[in-house]
Design a protein around this ligand. Structure first.
Ligand code: 13P
Ligand code: SF4
Length: 332
């Protein structure tokens, strides 16, 4: 009797990290409920590889930033539940003004986007007249509206290489990706001094030690990593491209220098291979993105149930931000 009362009381407690007024019926099978809500509301769940594995498992579409933008551009669903971070959901709304876009946690931001405010970006642009402003998709809609091209980690090299040689290129907001693009394209870029708090944490020293312990392990890295880590990499690419490389490779052990959410798909799709998350310098879980991990399966359920939190955007900002995204999609 006491334990039944305790269980009932516990089921009414707010879920950790969510709105306090929302409570969760403990007997709900969230996977089943999410599938029902998707059918009833003609909704899709788009999820990034950095999401918790249970969110990845309920997604209708899973991908890197470019693939998610492409999926958002072509979906016929009435509702898009974007399990990723704010700038990704914003991109989905920019491409889908008539559809409802909900996000499991509106607070899921991005250190790159947060580190590039529009007033400072506009002043930086003004210092480089005639420059072409190329922005990584990890930026706010306001920065997109001030940019000539948007790129992701999987198309940046191709797009930067295609730009006129006689004009300066400004690249924001990730200096690590920008430096890597300079090497790949041979173009000199004016770099905004931003970086990702996750990809900045990997320890070259610990990766070298791991590689020695796992003889023959290949290092796979995202271009948001610091140069000292990229120098060690056997392959550098976007999350999707890292996954594809690992699946196609004849090698069997990989040290993966990006957010470890991607390891779920690697282990699922190549269960006989070994995937090791590259360690951060400090003894912490700071290789996990604190923004991406704000989302939970419960929050996905509530977002679909309540169609909230909903992403809304000023129409003039949306249309201005759409221009460089459309240029990117046409070149991808
Ligand atoms: P991609 O999904 O393009 O690989 O980028 C990773 C990332 O940091 C997304 O925020
Ligand atoms: Fe932003 Fe880095 Fe998190 Fe990606 S991993 S969302 S770049 S903070």
């Amino acid at each position: 009797m006491v334990s039944a009362m305790v269980t009932s009381a516990l089921s009414q407690l707010p879920i950790y990290g969510r709105d306090t007024e929302k409570t969760h019926a403990s007997n709900l099978d969230l996977e089943v409920e999410i599938a029902r809500l998707k059918r009833e509301k003609n909704a899709v769940v788009l999820a990034h590889y950095y999401q918790d594995s249970d969110i990845q498992d309920v997604a209708d579409f899973l991908g890197d930033s470019l693939q998610l933008a492409q999926a958002a551009a072509t979906t016929k669903a009435d509702v898009i539940c974007f399990a990723g971070v704010h700038f990704m959901a914003e991109t989905a709304k920019i491409l889908n003004p008539e559809r409802i876009v909900v996000v499991p946690d509106m607070e899921a931001g991005c250190s790159l986007a947060d580190g590039c405010p529009p007033d400072k970006f506009a002043a930086w642009k003004a210092k480089h007249p005639g420059g072409i402003a190329v922005s990584y998709i990890n930026c706010s809609a306001a920065i997109k509206a001030l940019s000539d091209y948007i790129v992701t980690s999987s198309n940046a090299e191709k797009i930067v290489a295609s730009l006129p040689k006689d004009r300066p290129i400004l690249f924001a907001p990730d200096k690590n990706l920008g430096r890597w693009l300079e090497q790949r394209t041979g173009r000199k870029l004016e770099l905004w001094p931003g970086s990702c708090l996750v990809h900045d944490t990997f320890s070259r020293r610990k990766i070298v030690a791991l590689r020695e312990r796992h003889n023959g392990a290949k290092v796979l890295a995202h271009p948001e990593c610091e140069e000292a880590v990229l120098e060690l990499a056997d392959y550098i690419g976007s999350t999707t491209n890292i996954l594809k490389f690992a699946l196609a490779s004849a090698d069997t052990t990989f040290i993966v220098a990006t957010e470890p959410g991607i390891l779920h798909q690697m282990r699922k799709q190549a269960p006989t291979k070994e995937f090791i998350a590259a360690p951060p310098e400090a003894n912490c879980a700071c290789n996990e993105c604190p923004h991406m991990r704000k989302n939970t399966l419960e929050k996905v359920y509530y977002a679909l149930r309540d169609l909230e939190p909903r992403l809304e955007m000023d129409e003039s900002l949306r249309t201005a931000a759409r221009i460089p995204i459309d240029r990117m999609l046409a070149l991808s």
